[in-house]
Design a protein around this ligand. Structure first.
Ligand SMILES: [Zn+2]
Length: 346
């Protein structure tokens, strides 16, 4: 940048704007950190503008983050036992979640947000359930953990939407949470109040929405209560869906005794066999479990399809990783992924 360049004025030979690629684009940054002006067809970069070398893309939004999990990224993605799966990963996640306080969260989140910025993300949405004290009681300010996230975002310079999460039970058949989930407990009223307080604080580049953990972790009554409380709240509502969308589409509420969530501590196949049950399982997991003795009853329905993401790690870009990424994004890789799901490649 030339010595007389204005840091708030940029000029790009090519930029992706809402209408598509445009040439010779002048951009001015406002005092609030947002774009104050974006003008295409400014053929010559004005004096003082910082002329960029290459094409310019909009910032990417990370729509689903749990910042505290950055603390053990790389430490849990391995198999220690034949029965390791999502639920055993979650046990490790809980071990970390039970130890982090607001100061640690602030430091961990600031590191993550800087990494996100370096990767091209300019906004992050926090699916925020790590809210209470380690013993499950409220912090003196019940939003201490939310403010830790907001401080981290301000320090890093990233936009933040905090999504307080309605979270009240361990599973469909449970009245409450398990002991190791005590920090996550939040009723509909508490969830809405948190979102309203975060928004009312009016911190720059910080907004709030509402989240429901999942249909498994919140009762129909509480979701209805959240909706009622949220009548006056004009923000986004966010929920983990995956298989729950199927139940909704089928207009069936999965409830005991005919519906049973698998016990994460027991071998999955043995549970299905012991109950003589049908199981809803991802094909990769089914194959990893050895397939037999479970026979496939139905697969390949588009509603069962899952999208596959290959993501570049923030710090590692091994040559083999690059080769794999090129392959999986190509025609043969896509066909292989589609075959995994029992669907024909498109
Ligand atoms: Zn999540």
């Amino acid at each position: 940048m030339a010595a007389d360049a204005r840091p708030d004025l940029l000029w790009a030979p090519l930029a992706w704007l809402p209408e598509g690629w445009r040439e010779n684009v002048l951009l001015r940054v406002g005092a609030d950190g947002r774009w104050a002006e974006v003008t295409a067809d400014v053929v010559l970069a004005p004096a003082g503008a910082h002329a960029l070398a290459g094409p310019l893309l909009p910032g990417v939004v990370d729509a689903h983050s749990h910042a505290f999990q950055r603390a053990f990224a790389g430490a849990a993605e391995r198999r220690d036992a034949a029965s390791d799966d999502f639920w055993s990963w979650r046990e490790r996640m809980y071990a970390v979640a039970l130890r982090i306080g607001p100061e640690q969260l602030r430091a961990i989140a600031a590191q993550l947000y800087i990494e996100l910025l370096r990767g091209g993300y300019t906004h992050v949405c926090e699916f925020h359930y790590l809210r209470r004290e380690r013993d499950g009681s409220d912090y003196a300010d019940p939003l201490a953990m939310s403010w830790a996230l907001a401080d981290a975002a301000a320090e890093a310079g990233i936009g933040l939407t905090i999504l307080p999460v309605l979270y009240e039970r361990a599973g469909f058949a449970d009245a409450g949470l398990r002991d190791e989930q005590r920090r996550f407990r939040a009723s509909a009223a508490e969830t809405v109040e948190a979102a309203q307080r975060i928004r009312a604080a009016g911190r720059p580049l910080v907004d709030a929405g509402l989240a429901i953990h999942s249909l498994r972790a919140a009762s129909a009554e509480s979701i209805a209560a959240l909706r009622a409380h949220a009548e006056s709240f004009a923000g986004p509502i966010h929920i983990h869906v995956a298989e729950q969308a199927l139940w909704r589409a089928a207009r069936i509420e999965p409830v005991a005794p005919w519906y049973v969530a698998a016990d994460p501590k027991q071998p999955f196949i043995a549970q299905v066999r012991a109950r003589g049950a049908y199981a809803l399982v991802e094909r990769g997991a089914w194959a990893a479990l050895g397939g037999a003795p479970l026979a496939v009853v139905v697969e390949g329905d588009p509603q069962l399809a899952e999208s596959v993401h290959a993501m570049r790690s923030f710090r590692v870009s091994h040559p083999a990783g690059k080769i794999f990424l090129a392959w999986i994004a190509g025609g043969r890789g896509r066909a292989a992924v589609a075959a995994q799901h029992g669907a024909r490649p498109r």
